[in-house]
Write a protein that binds this ligand. Structure first.
Ligand code: CA
Length: 517
């Protein structure tokens, strides 16, 4: 019979999780001598002591719930036995109390990247075609297929051509205050470092989001040799000059050719690791997320911050229950106030829809052993490592500071990824326990499996296996370093992620908190 494996996150915890593949049967003995009163599935919690009704159930040294009835030691502690605590209020939080002590610098690490005129660095060389409105998506996609087959082979230094398709642009209350979120998201995505400042726009003509509103004069980096801002390159489908569908396609292909010529002249050069802009998130989480993959990402996040790079963590509903940890870790009182401002905005947003942060957890999360959002949040927040939080972004804003930034976004995988792209991410790290084939066309996505079972079955989808941590064959530090080195190779184009290999591209999904009409 296999040796029983259980993991306790903190000495103060009164539950542990079962780590064995397939769980443990009734009667199995833990290394502490405790016998299981019933079978406990993998990733699920077992009571280490008798938990009388009403007593706190503690994991990560935090009460993740209160026992709804007496739970004897050795029992399976599942979500139906727990009452979830209320979210902590946003008053009287600790403000920048952790000292904001900078981590020791890490020097000497570099990668090969594409340096842009504005100083930013790309990890891929991609022509992105911006669209003002969903109406033009079909025509643009038709043109992109022609560009890929006819033009791209002539420009070997260009990796890909991507149409930035989205569902916004018309039929929306564009003057509503919250419309600023989807508009600036689209604007900032078109300026992502991987696109080299080569902005071209396809517009319909009659849409609410006019090209000048999306990209006002002065927002595009200066790219021409005269040092003057170039006029916005727009192909307007309703232009009188277009007679027939093919003339629209020809216009898009002809304009794309100009941009491809310039992109093809880009060359990789050695740049310091500080030019990495990494967005981290998780999806399809299980109880191992907070034990293996997320702590390894947190360790790696500290390495990146020490190397002077930029790291963003997000997913507001998944860190809301840890707000006191975040405000304490803020580098300055201003940063702490910005964290509170973003959390309060999101609380109000959820309230408008008559829900709260508990709407986050999925059936798969619960099947994987996560009883509720409090337990999920404690495992999610560790992705942020231990560095002081030096910046906060509202949804769709562009990154302004290096170091660790809280980029406030929904936890939805696609919306979070889309907003981190807008912030200027040039590398994406995604942890998963249940498994998701997630990928983006705009930026490489490194996927980290929380369990060896998933890494074995999805051997050609997962880039890193953090399950070795639960098995005791690797430490959090070792997997963190492995991930750090892989990031430098992927950023340099020396390695492709599995999502890149198979061309797995999820849609961009804009966060539009404003009404549609
Ligand atoms: Ca997510």
């Amino acid at each position: 019979m296999q040796k029983s494996l259980h993991i306790t996150m903190h000495p103060g915890d009164n539950v542990a999780i079962v780590a064995n593949d397939g769980g443990l049967p009734e009667g199995a003995a833990l290394s502490t001598g405790l016998r299981l009163r019933e079978a406990v599935p993998q990733g699920h919690k077992v009571a280490l002591v008798d938990l009388p009704a009403g007593s706190p159930v503690v994991r990560y040294n935090v009460p993740i719930g209160h026992a709804l009835k007496d739970i004897p030691a050795g029992s399976w502690v599942h979500e139906r036995l727990l009452k979830m605590p209320d979210a902590r209020g946003l008053e009287n939080l600790p403000i920048a109390t952790a000292g904001g002590k900078a981590l020791p610098p890490l020097e000497g690490y570099t990668f090969e990247g594409y340096r842009n005129a504005n100083g930013s660095v790309g990890t891929r060389n991609i022509l992105a075609i911006t669209q003002t409105v969903q109406c033009v998506a079909g025509v643009t996609e038709f043109a992109v297929q022609r560009i890929k087959s006819e033009l791209l082979p002539r420009y070997p230094n260009v990796d890909d051509v991507v149409a930035l398709e989205h569902s916004y642009g018309c039929g929306v209350a564009i003057d509503a205050p919250d419309a600023v979120v989807p508009i600036r998201t689209l604007r900032n995505i078109s300026l992502n470092p991987n696109f080299g400042g080569e902005v071209m726009v396809v517009s319909l003509g009659c849409e609410k989001l006019q090209p000048e509103r999306l990209l006002p004069p002065g927002t595009i980096p200066i790219t021409d040799l005269r040092g003057e801002p170039e006029a916005l390159d727009v192909v307007c489908l309703q232009d009188d000059a277009h007679v027939g569908f093919m003339s629209m396609v020809e216009s898009i292909v002809r304009q794309a050719d100009q941009h491809l010529k310039r992109l093809d002249a880009r060359r990789r050069e050695t740049v310091p690791a500080s030019e990495l802009v990494v967005g981290v998130q998780c999806g399809g989480s299980d109880a191992f997320s907070g034990v293996t993959a997320n702590p390894a990402v947190g360790f790696c996040s500290d390495l990146l911050v020490r190397a002077g790079a930029s790291v963003m963590f997000s997913e507001t509903t998944e860190v809301r229950d840890g707000v006191a940890q975040l405000t304490a870790r803020a580098a300055t009182p201003e940063v702490a106030e910005a964290i509170i401002r973003e959390m309060a905005w999101y609380d109000a947003y959820l309230q408008r829809g008559s829900v709260d942060r508990s709407a986050n957890t999925s059936p798969g999360n619960k099947k994987g052993g996560l009883s509720n959002i409090v337990e999920k949040a404690m495992g999610s927040i560790v992705k942020s490592g231990s560095a002081p939080i030096s910046g906060v972004l509202a949804p769709g804003e562009k990154l302004k500071t290096r170091g660790l930034t809280y980029a406030a976004t929904p936890a939805s995988d696609f919306i979070c990824g889309t907003l981190q792209l807008a912030a200027g991410m040039n590398l994406h790290v995604f942890t998963t326990g249940r498994g998701t084939p997630y990928g983006l066309a705009e930026v490489p996505v490194i996927k980290v499996a929380t369990r060896s079972d998933l890494a074995r079955r999805w051997h050609d989808l997962m880039d890193v296996n953090a399950g070795t941590i639960a098995e005791g064959t690797a430490t959090i530090e070792e997997v963190g370093w492995q991930l750090f080195r892989l990031m430098l190779d992927v950023a340099s184009g020396k390695k492709k992620t599995w999502a890149e290999h198979w061309k797995l591209h999820n849609a961009l999904v804009l966060f539009n908190p404003a009404p549609v009409t």
